[in-house]
Design a protein around this ligand. Structure first.
Ligand code: SF4
Length: 490
């Protein structure tokens, strides 16, 4: 290896987003970062996609990451090339202290094709830099490159039986762009290395903290941003960093005339700790409901590799519902629930049970109807024999989010949001998601994947219990919030 500071492709990409992020990665600050629970799951999912993509060019040899030093990985790659390998997975190269691994390297006459696998459904700007770094290092290692491809997920693919890798993945030729971009790399890399020599770079927060990726160091760099800052303003139309750059950070400092109506209400309500209710509008909303009332919530999962037949990559597949049924206003509800068995397509069973529970003329209450209606429509499309019955329920869907989105009811603790996660603690403080093992939809989705990976046993039972508790709270929250709306107009 060269004597220069060793860098990998991902470190260079990090540095291109923000040199300070690269510096902090190499020189971790004395700071306690909150855990990132989904990191391992993301890594696992990426790995699974990468391994499947290898089938696009079967019969290759993998240069493993684990168990080999960087030098050994590079030597093994060189050996495979010398021995006439046609396809190499995770081929490893180093030039000028920059180490890269190529997902799939394919022999093409005297030259080689680079195939870089991505979990996204299209090619993004940052992926072109990614390909350029590969191109730069391999070219300087003496390889003739005849093609550079970004292989991404084709979200139009519908699974039928075994996964068809040729349909699941789509390759985009980015050779020309990669070639052009590599010309800038020596200077970029030199600048990054210089930044690493000195003290922590003095780079302020900015749009680069989340573009193209959410930076890992946000908790560290954003410590000086207080609660109720310009960054907490909801809605569009405000260039937040323009205000920050002018020293306008606290709600108190933001000129109210610059804000739209909803933002103004958010700021004023927060500063004065003031709530508001429009009883007429709330009553008009309540008048659109009837009893018995069916409070419904679905949980869904998605995955890059479709898990079941008749699903596309990243399609939301329902695996759970919770249903609270109220026969009269203010009545204690009955509760029903469904949770899929691991690894079994749950959709037919789920919708049949739901149709049994909700009569054709039942009023179905959701929180954010777009989501629940989308799930129901997809099920109607999948099961034409049930489409008529599902359509009848669809006609009767109402949305409890409406009075909060319209700000018919506003509590200053909602922080400008109408998400149920903000509305519930503001409206019903005694009911809360905090402290729950599963406390949001993302965690529920991950729990589904974990459930499918677990063997029968105590751990599986505990996980299923936590999943049921979470989904149950979602509809119980709706019952209680509705009760508060009814109280508000009394
Ligand atoms: S949080 Fe922002 S300023 Fe800090 S390292 Fe990351 S991108 Fe740079």
């Amino acid at each position: 290896m060269s004597g220069k500071t060793a860098l990998s492709k991902s470190l260079i990409l990090k540095g291109m987003q923000c040199p300070k992020a690269l510096y902090l990665q190499k020189n971790p600050p004395a700071f306690e970062f909150p855990p990132q629970p989904d990191l391992e799951a993301k890594f696992r999912a990426g790995n699974e996609v990468g391994i499947l993509a290898q089938q696009l060019f079967p019969g290759g040899t993998e240069v493993p990451f684990e168990g080999l030093s960087v030098l050994e990985q590079i030597e093994q790659t060189r050996q495979l090339i010398d021995d006439g390998a046609e396809v190499i997975y995770e081929a490893s190269f180093e030039y000028d202290g920059i180490f890269v691994k190529v997902d799939i390297l394919v022999k093409d006459g005297d030259a080689w094709q680079i195939h870089e696998v991505k979990m996204s459904t299209s090619v993004k700007e940052v992926n072109l830099d990614d390909a350029a770094i590969q191109f730069y290092v391999l070219g300087n290692c003496g390889l003739l490159i005849s093609g550079a491809y970004l292989v991404h997920i084709n979200n139009q693919y519908v699974r039928q039986g075994e996964i068809d890798v040729k349909q699941l993945f789509a390759g985009v030729d980015v050779q020309e762009e990669a070639f052009l971009r590599q010309a800038n790399l020596p200077k970029i890399i030199d600048d990054l290395r210089s930044a690493l020599q000195g003290d922590e770079p003095q780079i302020d927060i900015g749009p680069h903290c989340s573009d193209p990726y959410d930076c890992d160091f946000v908790p560290y760099c954003w410590q000086h941003i207080p609660d109720n800052s310009v960054f907490d303003l909801k809605g569009r139309g405000i260039k937040k960093f323009d205000y920050y750059d002018r020293g306008i950070i606290h709600f108190e400092d933001i000129p109210l005339d610059d804000l739209n109506k909803a933002q103004r209400q958010q700021v004023e309500a927060t500063l004065n700790e003031e709530d508001s209710t429009d009883p007429k509008a709330v009553k008009a909303f309540l008048d659109t409901l009837w009893y018995p009332l069916y409070h419904l919530d679905f949980e869904t999962f998605n995955s890059a590799i479709p898990k079941f037949n008749d699903t596309r990559p990243y399609q939301q597949v329902p695996f759970q519902f919770s249903l609270h049924v109220q026969h009269d206003a203010g009545a204690e509800p009955e509760h029903y629930e469904f949770l899929a068995e691991p690894d079994v397509d749950p959709r037919r069973q789920l919708i049949e049970q739901l149709l049994d529970l909700i009569p054709e003329d039942g009023c179905v209450l959701t929180y954010n109807q777009t989501f629940e209606k989308g799930v129901l429509r997809a099920l109607a499309e999948l099961f034409p024999d049930l489409a008529g019955a599902i359509d009848k329920r669809l006609e009767n869907v109402r949305d409890l989010m409406v009075p909060f989105r319209r700000r018919d009811v506003y509590r200053w603790q909602m922080r400008g949001s109408y998400s149920i996660k903000e509305v519930l603690p503001a409206m019903v403080p005694e009911l809360s998601y905090s402290g729950m093992e599963i406390a949001d939809g993302m965690a529920a989705m991950q729990a589904y994947h974990d459930m499918c990976a677990l063997e029968d046993g105590v751990e599986l039972e505990q996980l299923r219990k936590a999943m049921l508790e979470y989904c149950r709270l979602d509809t119980l929250a709706m019952v209680r919030i509705l009760g508060e709306l009814e109280n508000a107009i009394k």
